[in-house]
Write a protein that binds this ligand. Structure first.
Ligand SMILES: [Zn+2]
Length: 415
C-alpha cells in the first residue's frame, strides 16, 4: 500500500539523536515493571522489564522513546516512564524542531515535535509532542494520523498539547481518535458555542472517564501562555474573540473562530492558520475582511518561513495584504479530493497570488498526485515533513512544486 511505503521512507529518516550519557531512573509510580524493547516500538521484543526506581543510563532519544543501558544490557523504553536523577552537561549535538503535515485527505493534521536534548523537565528542549487538528476520520482504521503517531510512539503516549482549531469535521473528528489512544496533557479549542451535535459530543467526551485529558483550555481567556520550551516562541495570534462581530455567518463564522498559531525557533517560523478567512469567495483580494483584517489591524508580526495556508487553499483566504505581511518562502496545503461548490481545493488562483507576490514561493501539498483518486481514496501518504535547528530549514518528506510549474485548476466533472 502506498501509505505504508510512505511510513517506511519516513522511519528511515527519523532523527536519532545521541547526546552523551545521562543518568535516569524508572519512575517511582511504576507498578510491576516496564518493558524495555529491542526497537522503539511496542511491537518489538522485550529485552527486559524494569521495576520502579531502577537506575538506567539514557544514550539516545527519538520522539516518545529513550534508548537506555541497564545491567550490561540495552534497549528502548517509553519516555514517560523515566526521570533524570542528575543535571547532566549541556548536550553537544544539534537540536531540531520537526513539523509533520500528515496526509489525512481533505483536512488538517499536524504533528510537531519540539527540540529534544534528552534532559526532561528543565524547561528547554523538552521534546514535546503537539498536535494541531486530527483530520476528518474518527474510526481507528480510517484515520491515517493514528498509525503515523503510534508507529513512532506507542499506545498511551503523552501528547503534550492538542489544539482543535475550530468545530468542523475535517479538523476535530480525527482528534476523537487521539483522545481514545493517547494521554492528552493540554487540550485547546476556541471555546465557540458551536451547534454541531458531533462536535459537542466530542467536547463532552474530553471529560469522560474513558479518555485521559489532563487540562482543558477552551477559549482565549483560558489559554494562558504557551510554554513549549524556552528555546521556542509559541503564540496564539488569534482565536474566537467571544463575539461574532465581523466574522460572517454559518460556516464562514465557524472558520473564523479558528485558532491561529505562530511557532518560532531561531530564524525559522511556522504560521498555522486553521481555516481562518480573509474574504468572501467573490470578494476583492485587495480588501481584507474577517480574521486576516483583524490580524493586519493588530500589527502583529505575521512573517513566517512556512505558512500552513488557511482553509485548504480556498479562495476565501490569502488577500494580497496578508500575503505580503506573511511573506512565506514555503506554502503548505493540506487538502484532498473533496468537491466544494464545483471545485476542489486548493484553488489555483489563490496559490497564484503567492507567486505574484514572490515568484520564488515553493509549495508542498498533501493532495499531490491525487488527481486519479476518488474522494474516498484521497489519502495516499503525501506527508510533508520539515525540520529546523533554528538556522536552516530542511525538507525531510514531500514533493515540491513552484511558481513555474503551478498546475492549472483541475477540472472535476463529477463535482
Ligand atoms: Zn477545513
Amino acid at each position: 500500500m502506498i501509505f505504508r511505503s510512505g511510513i517506511v521512507v519516513l522511519l528511515s529518516i527519523t532523527t536519532f539523536m545521541a547526546y552523551g550519557q545521562v543518568n535516569y531512573e524508572v519512575r517511582g509510580t511504576v507498578q510491576n515493571c516496564v518493558n524495555v524493547r529491542e526497537e522503539p516500538r511496542t511491537s518489538a521484543s522485550s529485552v527486559g522489564c524494569l521495576s520502579a526506581n531502577t537506575n538506567v543510563i539514557v544514550t539516545e532519544t527519538v520522539p516518545f522513546w529513550r534508548k537506555i543501558t541497564f545491567d550490561n544490557n540495552e534497549g528502548w523504553i517509553a519516555k514517560k516512564f523515566i526521570i533524570p536523577t542528575e543535571q547532566p552537561p549541556a548536550p553537544q549535538t544539534d537540536r531540531w524542531l520537526e513539523v509533520h503535515f500528515v496526509d489525512v485527505g481533505q483536512g488538517d493534521a499536524i504533528w510537531i515535535v519540539t527540540p529534544d536534548d534528552g534532559i526532561d523537565g528543565n524547561g528547554r528542549f523538552e521534546g514535546l509532542n503537539i498536535v494541531i487538528d486530527g483530520g476528518p476520520y474518527s474510526a481507528d482504521d480510517s484515520n491515517p494520523l493514528l498509525p503515523y503517531l503510534e508507529s513512532r510512539g506507542h499506545h498511551g503516549a503523552v501528547i503534550d498539547a492538542l489544539i482543535v482549531t475550530h468545530p468542523h469535521v475535517d479538523h476535530y473528528r480525527g482528534a476523537e481518535t487521539l483522545v481514545r489512544h493517547f494521554v492528552i496533557d493540554h487540550y485547546y479549542d476556541p471555546g465557540f458555542p458551536a451547534t454541531q451535535i458531533g462536535y459537542n459530543a466530542f467536547v463532552d467526551s474530553l471529560t469522560s472517564t474513558e479518555t485521559a485529558v489532563n487540562n482543558i483550555h477552551r477559549g482565549m481567556n483560558n489559554f494562558g501562555v504557551l510554554d513549549w520550551g524556552s528555546e521556542l516562541n509559541a503564540e496564539i495570534l488569534y482565536s474566537w474573540p467571544g463575539v461574532n462581530t465581523g466574522l460572517g455567518s454559518g460556516s464562514t463564522r465557524d472558520n473564523n473562530t479558528s485558532i491561529v498559531l505562530k511557532l518560532t525557533y531561531g530564524n525559522q517560523s511556522f504560521l498555522f492558520m486553521g481555516d481562518a478567512e480573509g474574504k468572501t469567495r467573490t470578494g476583492s483580494v485587495d480588501n481584507p475582511k474577517y480574521v486576516e483584517k483583524m490580524l493586519l489591524d493588530q500589527n502583529v508580526d505575521l512573517s513566517a518561513s512556512v505558512l500552513k495556508i488557511a482553509h485548504h487553499g480556498s479562495e476565501t483566504s490569502s488577500t494580497t495584504d496578508f500575503i505580503s505581511a506573511v511573506s512565506p518562502e514555503i506554502v503548505v496545503v493540506q487538502s484532498g479530493r473533496k468537491c466544494f461548490n464545483g471545485r476542489q481545493l486548493p484553488d489555483m488562483t489563490t496559490l497564484q497570488r503567492y507567486c505574484d507576490s514572490n515568484s520564488a514561493t515553493r509549495f508542498y501539498r498533501t493532495d499531490h498526485n491525487d488527481e486519479s483518486l476518488l474522494e474516498s481514496d484521497a489519502v495516499n501518504g503525501d506527508h510533508i515533513v520539515f525540520r529546523t535547528n533554528g538556522q536552516m530549514l530542511e525538507v525531510l518528506s514531500g514533493a515540491e512544486s513552484n511558481c513555474s510549474n503551478l498546475p492549472a485548476q483541475v477540472p472535476m466533472p463529477q463535482c
